[in-house]
Design a protein around this ligand. Sequence first.
Ligand SMILES: Cc1cc2nc3c(=O)[nH]c(=O)nc-3n(C[C@H](O)[C@H](O)[C@H](O)COP(=O)(O)O)c2cc1C
Length: 178
Amino acid sequence: MAKRLFPLSKVYGLLEPGPVVMVTTAWEGKSNIMTMSWHTMMEFEPPIVGCVISNRNYSFEILKSTKECVINIPTLELAGKAVACGNTSGRRVDKFEAFGLTPEPASTVSAPLIAECYANLECRVTDARLVARYNFFILEVLKAWIEPSIKDPRTIHHRGKGAFMVAGETIKLRSKMK
Ligand SMILES: Cc1cc2nc3c(=O)[nH]c(=O)nc-3n(C[C@H](O)[C@H](O)[C@H](O)COP(=O)(O)O)c2cc1C
């Protein structure tokens, strides 16, 4: 294989870990949605998730003060709405209203679930020590919801610059991991 140099600015697109998700937060009775792909699993159980939320985003302010959010996982059908939520700010737009998404009450946090997403993870910030330096929030998943009829979710995975890879096929191999 004749490899060529790859720009450092594009490396994240090779390592982009899990699916694009939509993070909901709530503040003074109003809810917001932010699209996010910079997240990583850190522990199996209780599930711990690390994520980068830029301090330029409205969601950063809300998450920093309320310490609660929901990670909602969309499938391909919601890709357009996920990108729209990632290109507008909740400072100016009610994204539930603008993009026709349905908020549903969560059971442990004040942020709502997005009904149209196939999975929803209710989270609380468990460690904020890396927020000031890296905008890195460490979340504990308190409760998780899943749509049982979807066996092979067609999640979307950001490859950078508006390109997405679509998942959907599950293969099973022996593994020592859970
Ligand atoms: C596919 C995609 C992935 C994104 N991933 C992140 C991310 O991981 N972290 C982040 O801070 N912003 C990310 N963004 C940008 C935010 O979603 C965007 O700044 C949004 O407008 C913030 O909304 P808010 O101001 O209402 O919080 C992403 C946007 C898109 C379209």
